[in-house]
Design a protein around this ligand. Structure first.
Ligand code: HEC
Length: 202
């Protein structure tokens, strides 16, 4: 998997940056050829896949070894580190966010909140959380033009030990110590837990 070869694509995009100061809609995004857009999406998805599978692998191993109380460390320390590694590799901003966050560092910005709400409403309309189409848009604001991408994260059965309703007392205490304002409990399997989010300078 090669997630480093994005820079040339970005160069071709400078020409169509709009002046509105708002999110650019589909029409402006079309200035990126379909091929360029598809390639960009594929590279972005590959980075997310790498983030998801690395984190999942470490989480499962830690759960097997020491149960959820120890595995909290993986989420607490390794999740941001894995994101930072991929960010260093690609030059992109990489993270996870949610409408109900555990770590305030993961708070959604306005664009992310809109996408999360869209995922929720689609899910409420009957689309399973693991089938929600990713969202992407070229956004222009005071920071310049950026390609933004989010894909929903479904709540699996294994997530409930730390995000469900019936959390073991030791796990609960460990979570409370690290995250006094934790909002990320009370989930059921199949709900939207949050999303991966990637921002690329253009
Ligand atoms: C062992 C406990 C544990 C398990 C199991 C667990 N998580 Fe988490 N999760 C955490 C912790 C701790 C954080 C806060 C990470 C941080 O500080 O960035 C977190 C944060 C998150 C976030 C980032 C948004 C936020 O709330 O801060 C998402 C998304 C998430 N988890 C999804 C999942 C999913 C999906 C699963 C199941 C595949 C899962 N988690 C399983 C402990 C866990």
């Amino acid at each position: 998997m090669n997630i480093r070869k994005l820079a040339p694509i970005a160069l071709g995009l400078a020409a169509f940056v709009g002046t509105s100061g708002h999110a650019l809609g589909d029409e402006q995004s079309k200035a990126m050829t379909d091929e360029e857009l598809q390639e960009r999406i594929a590279e972005t998805r590959a980075a997310i896949e790498q983030f998801a599978s690395t984190l999942q692998g470490e989480l499962v191993a830690a759960m097997e070894e020491g149960g959820p109380t120890q595995a909290i460390e993986v989420c607490n320390e390794r999740a941001p580190e894995i994101a930072d590694d991929i960010a260093a590799d690609t030059g992109w901003e990489v993270g996870r966010t949610s409408l109900k966050i555990r770590n305030p560092d993961n708070s959604p910005d306005e664009w992310e909140r809109i996408q999360l709400e869209h995922f929720e409403s689609q899910h409420a309309d009957g689309i399973p959380a693991n089938e929600l189409a990713p969202r992407h848009e070229v956004v222009e604001d005071e920071d310049g033009a950026r390609f933004r991408f989010m894909s929903a994260i479904p709540t699996g059965g294994a997530c409930l030990a730390c995000h469900g309703t019936d959390i073991d007392r030791d796990v609960k205490h460990a979570l409370e110590r690290l995250y006094p304002d934790d909002q990320a409990t009370g989930y059921s399997e199949g709900e939207v837990r949050g999303a991966f989010t990637i921002t690329q300078e253009m």
